[in-house]
Ligand binder design. Structure first.
Ligand code: SF4
Ligand code: SF4
Ligand code: FES
Length: 268
């Protein structure tokens, strides 16, 4: 039995407890696996080992574990899971740094597909809601865009590292499977695209997206999101900045409504 925080380093075996569930309609259960220790192994390399020979620790043949991954270098965002009770990227989670046995469970805020694989569509719908892109295509030549100022490159680069993994949504108490809060990632992407000199032309549309149902007003400012982001994106700074922008938009909209209502500046 390991002492708390003792990783698998120096041991003969890596022990894993993995959540198995054929579909959302099936009962779930844990299965235990024992692998020979490999220095520098990460959670995905362990899952790949099990896939080659899916036999449990007590010698029973089982089905290969299902999970999502792609880049294996913490860029694509596809491999988040709950590892020892904390959301992390499986590809960058080294077994030497994890308490043994290592428990793997799927994200709980997203619909389960099977075993450790979930459907993260909710995040992509949130990006659509806030129009997290810059319009540069058209049927006519748009001409040269405004120049990108040097000053905020570093800040924009940090924000652009978001890989839509969903760790921030998993940790957020306001995100629940039965609500539609867009979460910190989409809010931070509005900040990124509104900082861009071309994106700034359509900043108001993104702010309007933030004000829709499930928008920034649902953030409870618990700050769990910023604690778990693998890319260390300053999410709470983004949320505060966008809260300010949204408030200014509300005031602007009220003022122009008022001015339009009174006919100020109109003919006659
Ligand atoms: S903000 Fe961080 S935690 Fe959230 S989706 Fe982007 S990279 Fe993942
Ligand atoms: S600040 Fe708290 S409530 Fe708001 S998105 Fe982050 S974790 Fe969720
Ligand atoms: S496999 Fe791409 S981030 Fe982990």
């Amino acid at each position: 039995m390991s002492t708390p925080n003792e990783g698998a380093a120096g041991k003969k075996h890596i022990n894993l407890k993995i959540w198995r569930q054929e579909s959302p309609d099936h009962e779930g259960r844990f299965e235990e696996f024992k692998l020979p220790y490999v220095k520098g192994a990460n959670v995905i390399s362990c899952l790949m080992e099990i896939q080659k020979n899916p036999v449990t620790a007590d010698g029973k043949k089982t089905t290969p574990v299902v999970w999502d991954s792609n880049c294996l270098e913490e860029v694509c965002g596809s491999c988040p899971m709950n590892i020892n009770g904390r959301v992390r990227m499986a590809c960058s989670s080294l077994v030497d740094k994890l308490e043994d046995p290592i428990t793997l469970e799927p994200l709980s805020k997203f619909p389960l597909v099977r075993d450790l694989a979930v459907d993260r569509q909710r995040m992509f719908l949130a990006l659509k809601q806030v129009k997290a892109w810059i319009r540069i295509d058209g049927t006519y030549n748009l001409g040269p865009g405004p120049k990108q100022p040097q000053g905020n490159h570093a800040q924009m680069y940090t924000l652009s590292c978001c890989m839509t993994c969903g760790c921030c949504l998993e940790a957020c108490p306001q995100v629940q499977p039965d609500n539609n809060f867009i979460g910190a990632a989409a809010i931070s992407q509005v900040r990124l695209f509104n900082m861009h000199p071309t994106g700034a032309f359509t900043a108001d549309e993104r702010l309007a997206g933030l004000m829709q149902d499930g928008g920034i007003q649902d953030c409870g400012k618990a700050q769990n999101c910023v604690e778990v982001c693998p890319k260390e994106i300053p999410l709470t700074t983004s949320i505060s900045a966008m809260n300010r922008e949204v408030t200014m938009k509300v005031v602007r909209d009220l003022f122009f409504e008022d001015v339009a209502g009174k006919g100020v500046g109109g003919p006659g």
